[in-house]
Design a protein around this ligand. Structure first.
Ligand code: SF4
Length: 328
């Protein structure tokens, strides 16, 4: 068995953090500080210092993979998600696909990615992120003028291409899709803008939306937040009354659990017959992400057994007299 290499220092991993969207989350940041395709006025990290749309490797891949292996192995029992995020745009990294592959090889913790979404029209980016469990792109604007004003994109980015990329996601990306919408008072929250946003949402068809506003100071101090009540009203107007709402705790928005997890039903099945993640998702008509979350939680608290059979991982719960791997 290959010995795990101990990384000299942690450059690409942060947390776990109490993420306002994803619970307790281990962060992976593959991008140097403020390297981004956009220079948003509301960015909490300050102005973009490297505005680029060029994808490349920003660090030695061996170190990235060593850090991932070390941290994920050590912390996987304490986290709900592993999240690609940080102070830049994660899809700019050409190390993304190897990083995701490494996580999937060593862990069942669901993987999420926060992205500004501007490069999702590119087939190479879509290929790299195809096995992300929860993809959370942003959409704050409904026309090119506001895109230029609020997001201040790289000059070679085209608003129509960005929007088309989001519209095509449902055909090209199979897992859970949440769309983050950040509104600034008096800037992108007019009745006309929201009407257009509603139409766009019908075409993009995300599983949920995440309403956001300028909770903390951004690059432009003149931007003003909307109130919780205003965000709730807009969320209902946009047609997503059930999407999880951020709860404000001590001034920091904290996301409630994204969905009610059918842990009890999955436990009952695994006490009777070993099942793959696909079996459970198909049988219970829930998403693969939901099943992976439950499996992950069961692995923390109960005697979950994972058996590799012909390249497929079957899960069962120990102490079950009825279970037989040959029966599947
Ligand atoms: S996309 Fe994100 S990281 Fe980039 S400038 Fe906007 S808020 Fe900041």
């Amino acid at each position: 068995m290959e010995k795990q290499r101990l990384p000299k220092s942690m450059q690409y991993i942060f947390g776990p953090v109490a993420s306002r969207r994803l619970g307790r989350s281990l962060g992976i940041d593959l991008i140097p500080f403020k390297t981004c395709t956009l220079n948003c006025r509301y960015c909490e990290c300050g102005p973009t210092t490297h505005l680029t749309i060029e994808r490349r490797k920003f660090g030695p891949e061996t170190q990235i993979l060593d850090e991932i292996e070390y941290s994920v192995t050590k912390l996987q029992d304490q986290i709900d998600f592993i999240t690609f995020a940080g102070s830049g745009e994660p899809t700019l990294s050409l190390s993304l696909s190897s990083a995701i592959k490494k996580i999937k090889e060593i862990s069942t913790v669901p993987v999420a990615m926060l992205t500004n979404g501007t490069l999702l029209y590119r087939p190479d980016v879509l290929l790299d992120i195809s096995s992300i469990d929860v993809l959370i792109p942003s959409l704050d604007v409904v026309n090119a003028d506001m895109f230029d004003y609020l997001n201040r994109p790289h000059p070679d980015l085209c608003f129509d291409q960005y929007i088309e990329g989001l519209k095509q996601l449902r055909k090209k990306y199979q897992n859970t899709l949440w769309l983050e919408i950040l509104l600034c008072k008096g800037i992108n929250d007019s009745a006309k803008d929201l009407e257009l946003m509603k139409k766009l949402l019908q075409e993009i068809n995300p599983d949920a939306i995440q309403m956001n506003t300028v909770f903390r100071p951004g690059t432009d101090p003149d931007l003003k937040p909307l109130s919780e009540a205003e965000l709730s009203t807009i969320q209902r107007f946009l047609g997503y009354p059930e999407s999880p709402r951020p709860a404000i705790i001590g001034g920091i928005p904290v996301q409630e659990s994204p969905e009610s997890l059918p842990t009890k039903r999955i436990r009952e099945i695994l006490q009777r017959r070993p099942s793959t993640v696909d079996d459970l998702a198909n049988g219970l008509q829930v998403s693969l992400t939901t099943v992976r979350q439950v499996i992950h939680r069961l692995s923390k608290n109960e005697s979950l057994i994972a058996t590799n059979k012909n390249g497929q991982i079957f899960y069962s719960l120990a102490g079950d007299k009825n279970s037989t791997h040959d029966a599947v």
